[in-house]
Design a protein around this ligand. Structure first.
Ligand code: SER
Length: 621
């Protein structure tokens, strides 16, 4: 029975039992900030379990695309080393929303395992939550007591994340025999390789919040069977990568890599797994970046590229695996076909970028690992330097080290990190002691500075604070530099990359305007004559400069818009610098702009500017 047939049989069984077949949700969660990737079939039904949403059905069945990398459920480090872990997999599930509960769920799971997939009942073990006597007794209808084990919360209490629906669960495990280990039962099987968990049935009973869990109004059922695992059992193979879908993919990878699978199994497993996570994530709208989900995906890609390099691939190759993947999975998941060129392009660009980084670091990374080989240890100091100077994150290094069977001196690394922190903390503390505390107190006493600079660039005001050498003083003498605080001010303070106003406050030349603590506007500069506390002064912004800054500020908005027109709507601002004579705009992108694209951006920016539209200002706090 091939993977497609298994998927169909499962769905068919549950549809016949009154379940509605629901399509997989995207692997990138659309509206759940607690989740990095869809990690289980139940994700898309979370609000139904919680009683916040009603649907026309109370029973559902799905084949859900899942990624378990990063976040609470993370299998990335295991892929390639065990016979069962994948970062991307399909989860077959049946769900009851306040409809049936334990008895039927157990009955269904047993029937599907033994009557649909014809697994040998004598080899099926089940685990229940340690105090769940009800589940234990229900299982006795199907298996003898010596095939039932009880485990604590770590194994048999399932939660989607740190918050959300959760409950005790019962798992079905298949005894794959002594060739995996001599463990006699799941208690002894520490690696989990002999007694393969292939199905987890969760009795959803609670909603876990930050302060504990409350009972759900309607107890529900959420089950998940790993499609690749049941396929391995059905097809009588020892490793998920030996099922038909992966073997077909690996045959194509052999051609692309010009290497034989037999000689490099781990590398082929990693590449075959990682191309699935990457392609599905990108098809569902993910980008690769330096933060959050984008960073996890980048890590996955780099790991695949590293394994490719160990097989002699100096050039990008991973993007070539997209088409073979589409041949295997494109008819079930048409989004892969639809997004093919986008996926290929994004992977290729990222591969090129990573290879460039490796080149730029002058092979230092390679060298460090080569030097580590004889001792089998990457020194903490070296690891820290690679992170601190070359920006290769520790967990990425750890993963590479593991893949090369080299240990990292974690303790030494942490020591180096602490030392570096200490140094920067000291540097920072001196500054803080000088200014932050008294400034905070000042704002507390006087309230926030009043900014009037949207209405006027010139006003009379009163000096309510003078700082010299970081201390509050009553007088600033001619020639001394310091900072002034006014009761109200037309000076715009540096904010979000936009430089502050300059100008004059009577006999004080303002070189910069800043907000070192929230609510405080500080005018930095030099006294050209003596200034005293409570003096009434004339505060005047340099109009010409302010105008220039404003123009560059507006230009950043135009540039952002133009970039989105040309490079795509996914372009997001990452930062900017706005001054009187220039601007810089940071954004994240998968590839550099071509000369044509740059010219086009320039042209449409200029066109927009020539339209000379009125600018509207919103104060967003
Ligand atoms: N949510 C459970 C799991 O992921 C069962 O589907 O294991």
């Amino acid at each position: 029975m091939n993977v497609s047939q298994i998927r169909d049989k499962f769905i068919h069984y549950f549809v016949a039992k009154g379940h509605t077949h629901v399509a997989s949700s995207p692997v990138i969660p659309q509206d759940d900030p607690t989740l990095m990737f869809a990690n289980a079939g139940m994700n898309q039904f979370k609000d139904i379990f919680l009683g916040k949403e009603q649907r026309s059905y109370t029973r559902a069945t799905t084949s859900q695309k899942c990624i378990r990398a990063g976040g609470k459920h993370n299998d990335l480090d295991d892929v390639g080393y065990t016979s069962r872990h994948l970062t991307f997999f399909e989860m077959l599930g049946n769900f009851s929303f306040g409809d049936y509960f334990k008895k039927e769920a157990i009955q269904f799971a047993w029937e599907v395992s033994t009557e649909v997939f014809l697994l040998d009942p004598k080899k099926i073990f089940v685990s229940v939550f340690e105090t769940d006597d009800e589940a234990y007794d229900l299982w006795l209808n199907h298996v003898p007591a010596n095939q039932i084990v009880r485990f604590g919360a770590k194994q048999n209490f399932w939660a989607m994340g740190d918050t959300g629906p959760c409950g005790p669960c019962t798992e079905l495990l298949f005894d794959r025999g002594e060739r995996f280990s001599s463990a006699k039962d799941p208690y002894e099987d520490e690696s989990g390789e002999r007694f393969l968990e292939f199905w987890n049935c969760v009795f959803m009973q609670f909603d876990k919040g930050p302060h504990g869990q409350v009972l759900l109004k309607k107890p529900s059922i959420d089950t998940g069977m790993g499609l690749e695992r049941i396929a391995a059992l059905k097809q009588g193979v020892d490793n998920v990568f030996e099922i038909d879908l992966f073997q077909n993919l690996i045959r194509d990878a052999e051609k692309i890599l010009s290497r034989r699978y037999e000689d490099h199994k781990v590398a082929f497993h990693v590449i075959a797994d990682h191309i699935r996570s990457l392609s599905f994530a990108i098809a569902d709208g993910a980008i690769l970046s330096n933060v959050d989900r984008g960073y996890v995906l980048r890590k996955i890609l780099r790991r695949a590229v590293q394994f490719g390099r160990r097989l002699g691939q100096e050039d990008p190759f991973l993007h070539k695996m997209v088409l073979p993947l589409i041949h295997q999975m494109g008819s079930t998941y048409p989004e892969l076909k639809k997004e093919q060129s986008h996926i290929e392009e994004m992977i290729l660009n990222e591969e090129e970028g990573f290879l460039r980084t490796l080149k730029r670091s002058g092979g230092l990374l390679q060298k460090a690992f080569e030097e580590a080989k004889p001792k089998n240890l990457l020194e903490g100091e070296v690891a820290f330097k690679l992170k601190d100077t070359y920006g290769i994150p520790f967990d990425e290094l750890a993963l590479m080290a593991k893949d090369m069977s080299i240990k990292i001196d974690t303790e030494g690394y942490l020591k180096e990190e602490e030392r570096a922190k200490e140094i920067s903390r000291k540097g920072f503390e001196v500054k803080e002691q000088l200014s932050m505390e008294p400034l905070l107190e000042f704002v507390q006493q006087h309230g926030p500075s009043r900014f009037v600079g949207f209405d006027t660039l010139h006003t009379n005001a009163t000096v309510i604070g003078i700082l010299h050498n970081g201390q509050f003083v009553d007088t600033l003498l001619k020639g001394q530099s310091g900072s002034l605080i006014l009761d109200e001010t037309p000076f715009y303070a540096e904010k979000g990359g936009q430089i502050g106003d300059v100008g004059s406050i009577s006999a004080f030349r303002v070189d910069a305007t800043k907000t070192p603590v929230k609510g405080l506007i500080l005018h930095e500069g030099t006294a050209e004559d003596t200034l005293v506390l409570s003096q009434v002064v004339s505060a005047k912004v340099d109009y010409a400069l302010r105008k220039e800054i404003e123009k560059h500020h507006t230009a950043t908005h135009i540039l952002h818009w133009a970039l989105q027109q040309v490079a795509g709507p996914q372009v997001r601002q990452q930062g900017s610098y706005v001054a009187a004579n220039r601007l810089r705009f940071d954004y994240n992108a998968q590839k550099p702009l071509s000369d044509e694209e740059l010219k086009l951006i320039e042209r449409i920016c200029n066109e927009k500017i020539r339209e000379n539209l009125a600018v509207t200002t919103y104060e967003l706090g």
